[in-house]
Design a protein around this ligand. Structure first.
Ligand SMILES: NC(=O)c1ccc[n+]([C@@H]2O[C@H](COP(=O)([O-])OP(=O)(O)OC[C@H]3O[C@@H](n4cnc5c(N)ncnc54)[C@H](O)[C@@H]3O)[C@@H](O)[C@H]2O)c1
Ligand SMILES: O=C(O)[C@H](O)COP(=O)(O)O
Length: 398
């Protein structure tokens, strides 16, 4: 029986993916579990138990999870790429309209009209005039699952769209409208855009991505939207530019104390992925990936290990080995298995960056205690045995 800790609410339909015979679910923030399902809570300071094999992030951003430490501890981290991107795209366009048409200020003003509403509206509305989006230039930084949708939507709204993403995937490049102008020079995007929207992950590379220096290159009155992460824009530099009018308006889905107090800023309480559809899509993807790993050892959409899967050879036990991507790992595994008199029937090895995964289907009497010794070898991060007869049951070799 696998134990899964739910750190967040997940839709009822998704809960059904955890069958009662195979899973115990706990609504507790503990790592004393085989798996964790979570959203945006920060777990950088959490100590992980040896039992913990996988973390499923229901959502896209994983800057709240210590990815590298998890890899070193043999914990596979999954996310849900693309599962909430339409929701973010829709909110981005609300953001564009809000930044353009003074919608929030005008609603506040209207709400405070005390008498002669019809007349007051007609007299007062002129102070809320704003530009249309059509014909303006939208700069999209990051053309991933969200960014490419935003860029395409901009085209449909009649905007000139210029996109920047040095690491764009083939899939997203193919999905990009031909009318999106791709640039490899981000300064061109800064210089030309009337609206700039950010859709990049938070990382060492993207921290303070928007700052004093590049704000100088932007058009006067530029509107900047951030539905990605706080920290990608330097708050102090942005606020200074908002004060001077260099930046005309800012919409943030990731509010900070400083932004809440600043002028010409609209803050949304991190609602980008908060639609019924997105929550369901994300949870379903996260849970499916988690159960597939715990029950069959197959890895899809991990952010710290490569995709790795293999159809189960009938009549075999399955051994999953996570290791550092260094020489002689497979040699050590196969030698150890041979010394057990265990025969390898099928095997797959995949590596990405510093880490690798092996799925090995075997026949023969496996001595679990001896198999565990493999974990003592330098570079082996986790060994997991999934028995044939109890295919659904995962035994952590500890
Ligand atoms: N507001 C929300 O609720 C919400 C919802 C989903 C995602 N997000 C945030 O938005 C980010 C993007 O989401 P996504 O689903 O599109 O992720 P994604 O991984 O599909 O796309 C990110 C894109 O950014 C690009 N990129 C990385 N570094 C870059 C750089 N230095 N310059 C330009 N491009 C760069 C990547 O190549 C990739 O194409 C997430 O990491 C998350 O932090 C927020
Ligand atoms: O990265 C994401 O997917 C979004 O920021 C949504 O986060 P949430 O699941 O906490 O709403």
């Amino acid at each position: 029986m696998n134990k899964v800790a739910l750190f967040c609410k997940i839709p009822k339909e998704t809960l059904n993916l955890f069958s009662e015979e195979k899973y115990t679910l706990i609504e507790q923030e503990t790592s004393e579990a085989d798996g964790i399902v979570m959203r945006s809570m920060d777990i950088h300071d959490m100590k992980f138990s040896k039992q913990l094999k996988a973390i499923a992030r229901s959502g896209a951003g994983v800057n709240n999870i210590p990815i590298e430490r998890c890899a070193e501890e043999g914990i596979v981290v999954f996310n849900s790429p693309g599962a909430n991107s339409n929701a973010v795209c829709e909110l981005t366009f609300l953001g564009l309209l809000m930044s353009s048409r003074k919608i929030i200020d005008s609603i506040d003003w209207t709400r405070n009209i005390e008498k002669n509403v019809v007349e007051s509206v007609e007299r007062g509305k002129s102070k809320f005039v704003g530009p249309e989006l059509k014909g303006k230039t939208l700069g999209v930084i990051g053309l991933g699952n969200v960014g490419h949708l935003v860029a395409n939507m901009g085209v449909k709204l009649g905007m000139e769209v210029i996109g920047f993403d040095p690491y764009i995937s083939v899939k997203n490049a193919l999905a990009l409208s031909w009318d999106v102008q791709y640039t490899s020079d981000i300064n061109e995007l800064y210089r030309r855009s009337d609206y700039i929207t950010l859709h990049v992950p938070y990382s060492d590379e993207t921290k303070n991505y928007i700052n004093k220096e590049n704000i100088k290159l932007m058009k006067d009155g530029v509107k900047i939207l951030n539905l990605a992460r706080s920290g990608i824009i330097n708050d102090d530099d942005l606020i200074e530019a908002l004060e001077s009018g260099k930046v005309g308006y800012h919409v943030s889905d990731l509010p900070t104390e400083k932004l809440l107090a600043a002028k010409n800023v609209v803050c949304i309480p991190h609602l980008g992925g908060s639609t019924f559809e997105a929550e369901e899509n994300c949870a379903e993807m996260a849970v499916t990936q988690l159960t597939e790993y715990l029950e069959r050892g197959n890895i899809t959409n991990s952010v710290n290990f490569p995709d790795c899967s293999m159809d189960r050879y009938p009549g075999t036990d399955r051994i999953v080995v996570l290791n550092k991507n260094i020489p002689n790992m497979i040699g050590q595994m196969t030698t150890a298995l041979a010394s057990h008199n265990v025969n390898i029937i099928g095997m797959v090895n995949k590596s990405r960056g510093d880490y690798a995964c092996n799925i090995i289907d075997v026949v023969g009497e496996i001595n679990e205690a001896k198999l565990k010794e493999l974990e003592e070898h330098y570079g082996i991060l986790r060994v997991m045995l999934i028995r044939q007869k109890t295919e659904q049951k995962t035994n952590n070799i500890q």
